[in-house]
Design a binder for this molecule. Sequence first.
Ligand code: ZN
Length: 316
Amino acid sequence: MANPVLSQERFHNEEAAFAYVEAELWPNGPVCPHCGNADGARIGRLQGRRSKPSKVHPEGVVQIGLRKCYECRQQFSVRKGTIFEDSHLPLRLWLQAIYLLCSSKKGISTRQLQRILGCGMKTAWHLGHRIRHAMAPGSTGPLGGAGKVVEADETELARSRKTRKPEGFRRKTHNPVVMSLVERGGNIRSQTLDHRGAMSVVRRNVHPDSTLATDQAQHYKFPPVADHQTVDHSKFEWTRGIAHTNTLEGFFSVLKRGLVGVYQHVDKKHLDRYLAEFDFRQNTRVALGIDDVERTRRAVRGMAGKRLTYRDSYAP
Ligand SMILES: [Zn+2]
């Protein structure tokens, strides 16, 4: 049976796709990205062609959603200044890709994206990474605060010992370590742990008035917070009142199944983007009353102001 959401107009019809994105990014009508003019009466809709007929395009290039600002006399569309800019991919395929990434709990591999969208490998790869980039929160304040509990824990991303090793495989000395913080009842924030260590992550991300809940690892001694609660995993103690890291244990299990099962060869330098993707889904999860359609809508809103060109991304 066809997916009732994916069979909707905006995933197949370019004009409907533009209408959908415009409604999300311009809730009060179009805004000129060149001069900031938001007066609807001073912005016109251009019908038809962006360029004159040429040898390559005998009909001329037809661009949907093209506007003209009568203040600064320039043209623009809703793609301008977003991660959709500089992409030749139709907006309806972008929307399909965003929906797929938003509705799959453990993510979508580049290969699968390529198969579903019928595009090239490189396009699918870049598409996935631009969407992950847009899922990352912008500037964010500290987690927690007075009377709030923040869990901190980390996990090592290691290949399973049961996985067959490729020929010439040499054991890496350092597997990447992911550290996550979650405000109980609030948002999660994950990052790869670098040489600065766990305490530095706590200092940069947790409000000093919070209660921190961790296991008894040495590096959590004397954290810069008001209160510190620990559980001793070595004594099989997992929960004692508010002291537990169960929220993160659950998140790590989804993350690991995703990174191992779907993203088999995640390069260390791209890991933070994948973490942004898993954080985004966790922060917009079903338990908060957010469904796939609403989650997709929030991702689309995140596309604004996050332009990312191929050069300043990271070729595969
Ligand atoms: Zn303008």
